[in-house]
Design a protein around this ligand. Structure first.
Ligand code: 13P
Ligand code: SF4
Length: 367
């Protein structure tokens, strides 16, 4: 389904939920959660707002949430506090009697929107003309179910930021080349760590439908889709230089969705989970600049007051689509469930789900 079709299905938040106080909304959510018990499951991504995450049954990164959703067989209602591709993944991994609800359908992901299935099919045709049957497609979970199905159908798999290295290695054992969708930075950073030189990587531009490369095309092993995260791309070399000049003892840790230059210049890089673990294991008084989403950075600042934590970019803001899930929308969703009314349900077509699950399963058995 295109992003416009998804937006059209979104209905406006009823006036009633706009006028309730925060306290009333919290009481309302708490009451319905208690009423529904284990029939309701609410997973929440680490980038969610505090007002939402406080009610989630589990917090996690995209890999942990996919695994958690699969385990909760008794939940009839899965209210996903995250973005659209995560809710789709939950729907694919859960059973038919389970309903996955996204409280606000506008909670998309700008990166996932950078690769649609039609662009991918056209790219595949052209890349096969260049390289023959030597390419395996793999996709970051931050992608539509249709792209996951595309990969599943062709023997490929999904990856997340916490298992990308393992999955790229697996994929390169199977085929000579990879098409890595849709985040060029995660693809480049991961392949580089595995010893693949930048000259062995090319970028596929889905708009001009051209392969961008400086070297001879027969040396290319990784084809990176020209997509990126609009949040993580905002961490720059200027931000790094400022920290190095003003506070040389402050350690810099960034998410691998940041550019290759920023990742190389940082002290450490790691997935959402790895960043949280690094701060958790850090010494009191240690100083950190973090290059990832702001709701998470602000939470780490609050939860670890004895460490000095700042954002690598002082002008950073949260992921705007993650922020679409707020307390009023969450309360509205739970109120609809109480009335046994299904709204903002995420349902992936059976045929797509079947193939997408193949791609997800190839990752989950190795996670
Ligand atoms: P992870 O949760 O896999 O680290 O991904 C980060 C992200 O951008 C989620 O949208
Ligand atoms: Fe998408 Fe980036 Fe937001 Fe993650 S942080 S949901 S990749 S836009």
């Amino acid at each position: 389904m295109s992003i416009m079709e998804i937006f059209k299905k979104q209905t406006a938040l009823p006036e009633h939920f706009r006028t309730m106080s925060e306290e009333e909304l919290c009481d309302y959510v708490t009451e319905i959660k208690a009423e529904l018990g284990t029939k309701l499951y609410m997973p929440g991504h680490h980038y969610q707002k505090d007002e939402v995450i406080q009610f989630c049954d589990d917090r996690g990164d995209s890999l942990q949430l996919a695994q958690a959703a699969e385990r909760r067989k008794e939940a009839k209602w899965i209210v996903f506090c995250g973005v659209h591709f995560m809710a789709e993944t939950a729907d694919i991994l859960t059973e038919d009697h389970q309903h996955v609800i996204l409280p606000d359908l506008r909670a998309g992901c700008s990166m996932a929107d950078m690769a649609d299935i039609h662009q991918t099919e056209r790219a595949w045709e052209k890349l096969n003309d260049y390289f023959g049957d030597t390419i395996l497609p793999i996709t970051y979970v931050n992608s539509t179910a249709e792209i996951k199905a595309f990969c599943g159908k062709r023997g490929g798999a999904t990856v997340t930021s916490s298992n990308a290295a393992k999955m790229v290695k697996w994929a390169l054992d199977k085929k000579e080349r990879l098409l890595f969708l849709p985040d060029q930075h995660l693809g480049r950073n991961t392949a580089y760590d595995l010893g693949i030189a930048l000259e062995e990587m090319a970028v596929w531009d889905p708009i001009s439908e051209t392969l961008l490369t400086e070297g001879p095309i027969n040396q290319i092993r990784i084809i990176l889709w020209k997509g990126h995260c609009s949040v993580h791309e905002k961490f720059t070399m200027d931000n790094i230089e400022t920290i190095r000049t003003e506070e040389p003892d402050r350690r810099i840790i960034v998410h691998p969705e940041c550019t290759w230059e920023v990742v190389q210049a940082a002290d450490y890089k790691g997935s959402t989970k790895a960043i949280i673990d690094a701060i958790d294991n850090a010494k009191p008084e240690s100083k950190w600049a973090i290059g990832t989403e702001m709701n998470l950075v602000n939470r780490l600042i609050k939860e670890y007051p004895d460490r000095s934590i700042i954002s690598l970019n002082p002008n950073m803001c949260p992921c705007l689509t993650m922020n679409r899930i707020d307390l009023p929308h969450l309360a509205w969703s739970l109120g609809e469930i109480r009335k046994q009314h299904i709204h903002h349900k995420i349902k992936v077509k059976d045929e797509t789900a079947y193939m997408a699950k193949k791609a997800l399963d190839r990752m989950l058995v190795r996670a």
